[in-house]
Write a protein that binds this ligand. Structure first.
Ligand code: FPP
Length: 250
């Protein structure tokens, strides 16, 4: 039985989020500069996106550039931005062939013009695709996103569009960048680090966390399958007891 056959397609996580980590260490292990690790990470992105879409995952969110990444050396930031432009232009036809829609979360206005233009072109072109949504988190951090949401809610209260008592969990979710999609049920982080690094903090409240030692450039669809199999073998209790769950499903 192949890894893929072990997956129960009826119980797939609808939304998978990934922290792609370890590009720099991978490059070092191969005696190359850090940017070579990022370039090599593109192959992992391509294979994971195709693998997820093929299975039937509805939303795949990749942490491509965090707010904190702006403090990296200028050379590395420029290389990452160049890689983004290049990859988006090159991969848009593949997104079209695979019926995948591109979207972003984060403070994308802070990205260089060329990146933003390319992104918007690809977002517009793929807007009608419906098999899977590929979300790139770019210049993203969860605290930035939540701060923005709170400011917008406060503004709506001030303008009389909302009453303070209207503020509930659903309304807060609706003011986040991810409002259009279900919360991630599975969060994967590569490279052996067990942190969530300011990523989708509100949205992962009930997500299963999966950490793998693999460095991102080595990650392939089979690694995604393993994470999903692990996810499917866990008991998701949402605060209830194991006995309660069993009697509900009896
Ligand atoms: C983390 O590794 C990775 C990043 C900050 C960038 C991820 C970008 C890509 C995989 C390439 C382009 C992506 C797309 C979507 C086109 P790190 O540099 O923090 O590695 P380290 O922890 O080993 O130093």
């Amino acid at each position: 039985m192949s890894l893929k056959e072990k997956i129960d397609l009826q119980r797939l996580p609808r939304h998978v989020a990934i922290i792609m980590d370890g590009n720099g260490r991978w490059a070092k292990q191969h005696g190359k500069i850090r940017t070579f690790g990022h370039q090599s990470g593109v192959k992992a992105v391509r294979d994971t996106v195709e693998g997820a879409a093929e299975l039937g995952v509805e939303v795949l969110t990749l942490y491509a550039f965090s707010t904190e990444n702006w403090s990296r050396p200028r050379f590395e930031i420029d290389a990452l931005m160049h890689l983004l432009v290049q990859t988006i232009s090159k991969e848009t036809p593949t997104l079209m062939e695979n019926n995948i829609r591109l979207a972003t979360i984060g403070n994308t206005e802070s990205l260089p013009d060329k990146v933003l233009k390319n992104l918007n072109k690809s977002i517009d072109k793929t807007a009608g695709n419906s098999r899977m949504t590929l979300v790139l988190a770019l210049s993203y951090s969860s605290r930035w996103e939540i701060t923005n949401a709170v400011q917008n809610i406060a503004r709506e209260v001030k303008e009389g569009l909302l009453k303070p008592e209207d503020i509930n969990e659903k309304l807060i979710s609706q003011h986040l960048n991810t409002a259009a999609w279900p919360d991630p049920e599975l969060l994967i982080r590569t490279s052996g680090e067990a942190r969530v690094s300011n990523y989708l903090l509100w949205q992962i409240a009930y997500a299963e966390l999966y950490f793998t030692q693999k460095l991102w450039p080595d990650f392939r669809r089979e690694d995604l399958y393993e994470a999903i199999i692990d996810f499917q073998n866990r008991e998701r209790r949402f605060g209830k007891t194991s006995e309660q769950l069993k009697s509900e499903h009896a």
